[in-house]
Design a protein around this ligand. Structure first.
Ligand SMILES: CC(C)(COP(=O)(O)OP(=O)(O)OC[C@H]1O[C@@H](n2cnc3c(N)ncnc32)[C@H](O)[C@@H]1OP(=O)(O)O)[C@@H](O)C(=O)NCCC(=O)NCCS
Length: 164
């Protein structure tokens, strides 16, 4: 099984390699290319005390997935109870409980840090991720039409929300 822990900037490169594997699939994410490793490291160093990335590490020490929790709005105190999350798992270990384990860690962190709600945007073509988030307790609450143009393909984004 995997170990779940908070990421540090030393995990940046490994996280970007996981993201590369997700982007390869083309239908999973609105992200077209990963960030330079040093930018990802700077993002991790810049997280506020109420934000976190959790990584899933396999028995050989390899990062096989991660989940980010960011404030929905960095500038609006009226939305400080709302977080947005993103989940990225390398193909070889999908369907093995890694996403569920990451979500348990993110949810525990969020409860300790005053969140009441999560929001997620999932590409309409990504029915697997919609099913995953529904299993975690999210419900669909809206849709942004023709919201992404990625690799030449136009797609909607499905909005889902979860109350802690
Ligand atoms: C979607 C994703 C995060 C799910 O993570 P995972 O580790 O494969 O999911 P888990 O094995 O922990 O599954 C948790 C639950 O979700 C369900 N689930 C996961 N993927 C599913 C799928 N593709 N279709 C239907 N149900 C799915 C599982 O059946 C499981 O239910 P159960 O625990 O009640 O039996 C992962 O497949 C992934 O990273 N996909 C590519 C990137 C992506 O789509 N990210 C989301 C972008 S918004």
């Amino acid at each position: 099984m995997v170990e779940i822990r908070c990421a540090t900037d030393r995990d940046a490169a490994a996280m970007m390699r996981v993201l590369d594997r997700v982007i390869e699939g083309r239908v999973y994410s609105a992200i077209e290319r990963s960030w330079p490793d040093q930018d990802a490291a700077a993002y991790l160093r810049g997280l506020s005390p109420r934000e976190a990335v959790h990584v899933a590490v396999d028995g050989s020490g390899e990062v096989v997935g991660y989940q980010s929790l960011d404030l929905y709005s960095a500038i609006l105190p009226s939305m400080s109870h709302v977080g947005q999350i993103g989940t990225f798992i390398t193909p070889e270990v999908r369907g093995c409980g890694v996403g569920r384990a990451l979500f348990a860690a993110t949810e525990a962190f969020a409860r300790e840090h005053g969140y009441a709600k999560f929001v997620i945007q999932v590409r309409a073509m990504n029915s697997g991720a919609q099913a995953f988030y529904a299993r975690m307790g999210f419900r669909e609450c809206g849709r942004l039409s023709r919201q992404v143009l990625v690799h030449g393909v136009v797609d909607d984004e499905v909005l889902m929300e979860y109350f802690l």
